[in-house]
Each structure stands twice: as C-alpha cells, then as structure tokens.
Ligand binder design. Structure first.
Ligand code: GLY
Length: 450
C-alpha cells in the first residue's frame, strides 16, 4: 500500500466535500464458489481500497463527519481461524498503516450508524453487501453526493497511481507477447489463454478481467474456448493484469494464427490501426472523449470506403450511425483501480455530465466515456471492426443505411471475424502519454514477431 498520508489525504479531501453525516464504505467479503469455504479469488472493493489501502475481507470503514472520527470495523482472527490461514497482521496494525485511529468489532457497525443522521453509501454490486446494508438499516438510495465526490477524486490519477498503472500495463504487455509467442495452428484458445493468467499471477497480481482470447474477434467479449486455432484465422487477444495494488492494465492486439495475415486481413488491420493512432493523437485536455470516438469512427468509415464496403460522406455516415454495422461499441473507457474505472458508481457520473448525457443510439449507447478529458485521466483507446453475421443479415434484409453501405461487398466479409487494437493513455497537460512499454502494433512488427 501507499504511505498512510496518502490515504489520510484522500479521506480528508472527501470529508471536506461531504461535510456532514456519516460515510459508510463496506469492504468486500469472501464469496463462495460452490460452498462457503471454497472461495473465489478475493478482490477488495475499489473505493474501500482507495480510501484505506487494505485488501482484507470483512472490513467496513465508517467516517463520522459530525464527530470527526474514522473507524475501521472488522473481527480479529480467532485461534480457530489461524489454524487455517496462519497469523495475519492485526486489524489494528492495518488501521494504523492507513492512518485510521479507531478499530471496532464488526457487530458494532450498526451502533455507529445510530441516530437520525444522513448515512452516505455507494451503489452496491454484490449481494453480500446488499445484505449487510439491510442488516444495518440502510434501505434508502445511494448518496449521489458521495458518488460525485468520489468520482471527482478517483478520476484524476496521482503520479504514484500512474506508476502503479504503468506496472500493470507492463505486465499486460508481457501477457500479449506471451500470447503471440505461443499461439500456433493446432492449439486451443484455452491453452493460450491459460498462459496469460500465468503471466499476471507470476508478476504478483491477477487478471484485471477475464481474458478475451478468440478467433471470433467479432464477438466483442468472447472468452477462450476449446476452439482449435487454424492457419488463416486471426486471434483477437484483449487482456490485462492488475498489479498487487490492484491497478489495472488493458491491451488488445489481433494477430495471425499463422505466419502472416492474408492480404484482406492486412487491409482491415490497417484501417483499425489508422483509426487507433488518429484517436490517440487527438487525446488532450478539454476534448470530449465522445468527439475522439466520432473521429475514430470517421477514420474507420474512410478506410471501409476505400475497401468498397461503405460509400457517401463519412461525417454524414457517422452522424447517421451507418458505421455501427462494423463498430458497434465505444472507443474506450476510464481505467484505474477498476478496468472500467468506477463503473459501479454509474456511467452518468463517471463518463458523462449533467450537460452531456449518454446517447441511447445503437453504438453510442455503448460509449462508456463521453465527457471532456482532464490531465490525470487514464483512458483506453480501442477501435475495432467487427463483422457480425447476424447483424449483417439483419441490416441487409432491411437495407438499413443502404445509401452508405455496399451490401453486396459486405456479404463477402460475413465470415471475416473482427479486429481490435487497444492501448492505455494518461492525459497530460498538453496531450497524452502512452502507458507501459510500447507493444508491437504495426503490420511489419506483428509479422516480424510470428
Ligand atoms: N478490455 C475489455 C473491456 O474493456 O471490457
């Protein structure tokens, strides 16, 4: 964890914004996979982690603003527990490292919430946390004031946080290189994907999300299966590590199963790469990420028009959503302690503002981030082209956006698959900086590495 002053400063900043009442931040519990004691990998709640740095199940932080008290609730291990887990640092010692003055037993949380005071808590994403809130009498709505305050803090990454994210991205680069090193015709997706996890764990962390590794890149979040890799196919590998501090990396590369892409694959790869580079170049403070997304879409349309798949004015095609036949999702998202940073706090607060609401249109409705970029934001840039047979058939039957789409040509791409290229960037005062060591990306680099 960082030095205790980091967490004290973060909590002080939060306290100065919220002002009154109680801030209730429950940590995560162990969660059983198939019975209580056979648990999933423990992952601390990211907000709890941000304000305490403590990765241990069963804790709860209460910040009593009216009495200026910070209390960490949790139960010390019993001898019975220690038989199974070994001795762990005491909760008191962990609180001390986080600069938290008081500790109490977990059963006492309810007493700390007594009285008719406003209790600020966040949206819940785990059933165990819902149960705890009900037990503690907190059946109202999450605090928008708390959500907004935390989003404002966590959106701007400190230098120390950037260094941690750099470490996570560096491991993610190694995962990508491993995939390209080992993937060969005849292997299954599972065999390749397993090695990605090995790299993340060997570097002291975990996967930041379940790896997407597939020859069906057109399926946006397709996880590995027993599918056997065949010559002529492409592998889309979208994976990342979180480091031991739980900061995330997220990278995507698409590469040929065999020694080289086919000529058609190279054409489509070049279009995606150009859009990725153009979008990354446009990153700077003040620009709407939505506009960066639209810029990438225009470059995709220009490339698709050169290939004969689209036609007409690219700006108009994008404005009308014709490109979403090939790019159905958003350009990227915030990244930090969560791979989609703070997504549980609500996209309307994390990615959008009161003035800029998220669109409900197909394509834009999947753009997680739209608002103006600020120095310290960490974002992914991940355009792609996805040829989804069921979508092609459905649009083609309707002749949807036929003024922009050459359906006869598109039919030839029905089984093409999908290509995505993704890197992670921090917004600086003048532009942006690539995070982590550069990972092979041009066609020449990809081919040289097969
Ligand atoms: N890289 C996976 C995702 O952004 O959902």
């Amino acid at each position: 964890m960082f030095a205790k002053e980091v967490y004290q400063e973060r909590r002080n900043k939060l306290k100065s914004v919220i002002g009154e009442g109680i801030i209730l931040l429950p940590g995560n519990e162990e969660s059983g996979m198939n019975y209580r004691d056979n648990t999933y990998h423990f992952r601390q709640d990211s907000c709890f982690l941000y304000f305490t740095g403590i990765s241990r199940p069963g804790l709860c932080l209460v910040i009593d603003l009216d009495n200026d008290q910070e209390i960490l609730f949790g139960d010390e291990l019993t001898v019975d527990d220690i038989i199974w887990t070994g001795a762990l640092e005491t909760i008191e010692a962990q609180a001390e490292k986080a600069g938290i003055a008081f500790t109490r037993k977990k059963t006492e949380v309810i007493n700390a919430l007594a009285g008719n005071r406003k209790v600020h808590f966040l949206p819940v994403y785990r059933a165990e946390t819902s149960m705890k809130l009900i037990d503690w009498g907190q059946t109202g709505q999450p605090s928008v004031e708390l959500i907004k305050a935390i989003v404002a803090q966590r959106s701007i990454k400190s230098e120390q946080e950037i260094q941690e994210i750099e470490k996570a991205v560096a491991t993610s680069v190694l995962m990508q290189l491993k995939a390209q090193e080992i993937a060969r015709p005849g292997m299954t997706e599972y065999e390749v994907s397993a090695q990605l996890q090995a790299v993340a764990v060997a570097h002291g962390g975990q996967l930041s999300f379940p790896s997407i590794l597939t020859v069906h890149g057109e399926i946006l979040h397709n996880h590995a299966s027993k599918t056997v890799l065949k010559e002529g196919q492409m592998v889309l590998c979208d994976c990342g590590a979180e480091n031991e501090m739980c900061y995330a990396g997220d990278l995507t590369r698409t590469f040929p199963v065999g020694k080289s892409f086919t000529s058609l694959q190279q054409d489509v790869y070049s279009i995606v790469l150009n859009a990725q580079l153009k979008a990354a170049e446009a990153l700077k403070p003040g620009i709407l990420y939505k506009d960066v997304h639209l810029l990438a879409c225009e470059h995709l349309v220009l490339g698709l028009s050169d290939l004969g798949l689209m036609k007409g004015d690219p700006k108009q095609a994008v404005a009308e959503g014709a490109h979403t036949l090939f790019f159905q999702c958003g350009l990227g998202h915030m990244m930090g302690l969560d791979i989609h940073d703070m997504e549980n706090l609500g996209e309307e607060y994390v990615g959008y503002t009161a003035e800029l609401k998220k669109s409900k249109e197909f394509g834009l409705k999947s753009l997680r981030l739209g608002r103006a970029l600020e120095p310290g934001f960490v974002v992914t840039v991940e355009p792609g082209l996805y040829f989804i047979p069921v979508l092609i058939d459905s649009w083609s039957a309707e002749r949807k956006h036929a003024e922009f789409i050459n359906y006869e040509k598109v039919k030839q791409f029905r089984d093409f698959g999908g290509i995505r290229i993704e890197d992670d960037y921090v917004i600086t005062t003048t532009g942006s900086r690539l995070l982590g060591p550069p990972l092979i990306k041009t066609l020449d680099e990809v081919h040289a590495n097969r």
